[in-house]
Design a protein around this ligand. Structure first.
Ligand code: B12
Length: 214
């Protein structure tokens, strides 16, 4: 079991894009838990990649290939996560804020929310305040989930909350924030309704916000 996880982890770190799908499929076929594959192999690999990038051991191209490999692996796990809940528990908009192109974490949160039965509108990356507000008005979701991976883009979250207030929309939506540089203190400071450290937290908070439970 641990062998499979290590092989998948190493494949992501090494950017073995051509091999990853088969490796993940094999692990699933042999009964490994999808959550374990995500947390202990795919996410664990990105942690290593982040550290290697931070210390100058690898550069953007390697980080990009690792990210593509991680995404390809996630696609294989995805069908196993979708719980196929028949009734929607609520509606959620997910987006990565303006100036930020990181979407792996957001995609993972989206997948887990969908698996938990929420209807999720994934608006993608680099979403400016105006576009987000326009979509909040159009889709009227219960929850707005914002992701930021850069310290330089976190402040966009505060701008979104400010604009929701300015347009009289703040009371009809819960704002959930996340991403590696974000924490509870930051969420409190900007007046978000919740902070989630990972996709499981996101599901838990979304359930709390919408008054729906497993
Ligand atoms: C992969 C990656 C990239 C890829 C992104 C590919 C993609 N499609 O996403 C590429 C190569 C494009 C990239 C580019 C850059 N990156 Co980059 N990248 C990373 C890396 C290695 C991994 C991120 C990741 O996917 N993690 C795995 C996922 C699953 O974790 P996650 O995103 O944190 O999400 C989890 C939680 O945070 C949470 N979550 C996330 N979003 C949300 C939202 C809600 C609502 C909730 C509740 C929870 C939640 O749940 C998720 C699941 O558990 C990180 C290092 C790291 N360890 O974070 C650096 C990192 C974020 N990047 C960094 C940098 C500097 C850059 C660049 C500026 C590099 C450059 N010089 O060009 C550019 C910026 C591009 C841009 N404008 O956005 C720095 C940021 C430093 C800082 N202080 O801001 C980091 C920390 C690397 C480092 N150690 O220096 N990057």
């Amino acid at each position: 079991m641990a062998d499979h996880l290590n092989t998948i982890k190493d494949a992501v770190i090494g950017g073995k894009h051509a091999e990853i799908k088969e490796l993940v499929q094999k692990a699933l076929d042999e009964g490994l838990d999808p959550g374990g594959i995500i947390n202990d192999a795919l996410i664990a690999a990105m942690d290593v990649v982040g550290k290697d990038f931070g210390s100058g051991k690898i550069f953007v191209p390697e980080m990009l290939v690792a990210a593509m490999t991680m995404k390809a692996g996630l696609e294989i796990v995805k069908p196993r996560l979708a719980g196929g809940a028949s009734q929607s528990r609520g509606t959620i908009i997910m987006a990565t804020v303006k100036g930020d192109l990181h979407d792996i974490g957001k995609n993972l949160v989206t997948m887990m929310l969908e698996g938990a039965g929420f209807k999720v509108f994934d608006l993608g990356v680099d979403l400016g305040v105006d576009k987000l507000i326009e979509q909040v008005k159009a889709l009227n979701p219960d929850v707005l989930g914002l992701s930021a991976l850069l310290t330089t883009t976190m402040s966009e979250m505060q701008k979104v909350i400010g604009e929701l207030k300015a347009q009289g929309l703040r009371d009809r939506i819960k704002v959930l924030v996340g991403g590696a540089p974000v924490d509870q203190a930051f969420a409190d400071k900007i007046g978000a309704d919740g902070y989630g450290a990972n996709a499981a937290d996101a599901v838990e908070l979304a359930r709390r916000f919408t008054g729906t439970h497993a």
